[in-house]
Design a protein around this ligand. Structure first.
Ligand SMILES: [Zn+2]
Length: 361
């Protein structure tokens, strides 16, 4: 799964030259942006790393007493920039850092925060803690091997699955290689920092006149997807359970995702902060994801029931005959070529991960 995850991020970020006109609603991000959601609540959207690897959003929640940050992004240099920005918003130190899930584009900066704020407490779901501790050190130390893998793909003209590279993917791999050294150098500055507190269902904090509920509403993108919810303000950060404008469906637990997202919908949020992309102010996008995943799940359940010989590749082919993929692509990507190409990848990811969950797990 990791290979697919890492490859996916490369696929997601092609056609860099076209990005300047797409930045607001694109799967790539070329600009760092800060947004004030309400008094004392800010979102930092990062530019992608120099090798095109995306960085998760960071959310800053300031109470009368304490400051809580959600996710510390991918690059220590970006986390440093964020900390300098936070110090302009408040003179209070960051007391809590919550990691929404284990993917390292959301927590590589943990050590940067711990160094800047010695009394910091890092909070994560128990499954997220387990994955960060067991998996991320290897993922970080293996990062430089991308160079050889990408070179091999460019030389052979085929991806890891033996599929010929599209022009877009070829270009993306070339751009990624150009920026890779800079990112590898940054990764050497990552300080692996232990999670201090883990939870399994919920954890409530009061930052001083600001209640924060840290919740696990079910699995979806990972086994430890965490929501950080402000009940009074009706704002929630939902990690990569939602990625905008095109969802992230590589791996995870798609059979459970609709139920988890329905629970998010029941919170009647005024602002939903996705793990990547723009802040949303109604449930339309959430409901659109639920509808797509529900359709795919019922397709997979139907095809796999009583058919133990069905292969994952065949399921992917049949899915494209039985599900109106162009219509779904249009709903998520409109006429945007880059987002549309990415939708095709994430749709295949969804079919495969739903199949795996239905059959293997
Ligand atoms: Zn992410």
């Amino acid at each position: 799964m990791r290979n697919k995850l890492l490859l996916f991020w490369q696929i997601s970020a092609f056609i860099v030259l076209a990005v300047s006109i797409l930045s607001a609603q694109s799967v790539t991000s070329k600009e760092r942006k800060t947004t004030k959601v309400t008094e004392g609540v800010y979102v930092i959207t990062h530019r992608d790393a120099p090798d095109t690897f995306p960085q998760g959003n960071t959310i800053v929640i300031i109470g009368d007493k304490d400051v809580l940050v959600v996710d510390s992004c991918l690059l220590p240099s970006s986390a440093k920039e964020d900390i300098a920005q936070i110090k302009q918003w408040t003179d209070k130190p960051v007391k809590y850092l919550v990691n929404t899930h284990w993917h390292f584009d959301h927590n590589n900066g943990n050590g940067t925060y711990a160094a800047a704020f010695p009394n910091l407490t890092i909070i994560a779901h128990a499954e997220t803690q387990r994955m960060i501790e067991n998996y991320n050190p290897m993922a970080i130390s293996n990062y430089p091997t991308r160079r050889e893998r990408f070179k091999k793909m460019l030389e052979s003209g085929k991806d890891n699955d033996g599929v010929p590279l599209s022009d877009a993917l070829r270009k993306d791999l070339e751009v990624s290689l150009v920026g890779l050294d800079e990112v590898v150098a940054e990764f050497q500055n990552i300080k692996l920092t232990p999670i201090n507190i883990s939870f399994t269902e919920d954890l409530n904090l009061n930052l001083g006149n600001r209640e924060v509920q840290i919740k696990f509403l079910g699995r979806g993108n990972t086994a430890g997807d965490t929501i950080v919810y402000l009940p009074k303000e009706k704002i929630a950060s939902v990690g990569d359970l939602m990625v905008h404008p095109v969802p992230y469906f590589f791996g995870g637990f798609p059979l459970e995702l609709p139920a988890t997202l329905q629970k998010v919908g029941l919170l009647n949020l005024q602002s939903i902060i996705p793990g990547h992309g723009e802040i949303l102010h109604n449930n339309n996008y959430l409901n659109q994801i639920i509808a797509l995943v529900t359709e795919v799940n019922s397709f997979i359940k139907k095809e796999t029931t009583g058919n133990p010989n069905l292969k994952i590749e065949d399921a992917a082919k049949i899915a494209r005959q039985k599900i109106d993929v162009p219509a779904w692509r249009k709903k998520f990507a409109g006429d945007n070529q880059e987002n549309g190409d990415y939708f095709e990848e994430t749709f295949d990811g969804l079919i495969k991960s739903a199949f795996k969950q239905a059959v293997i797990r």
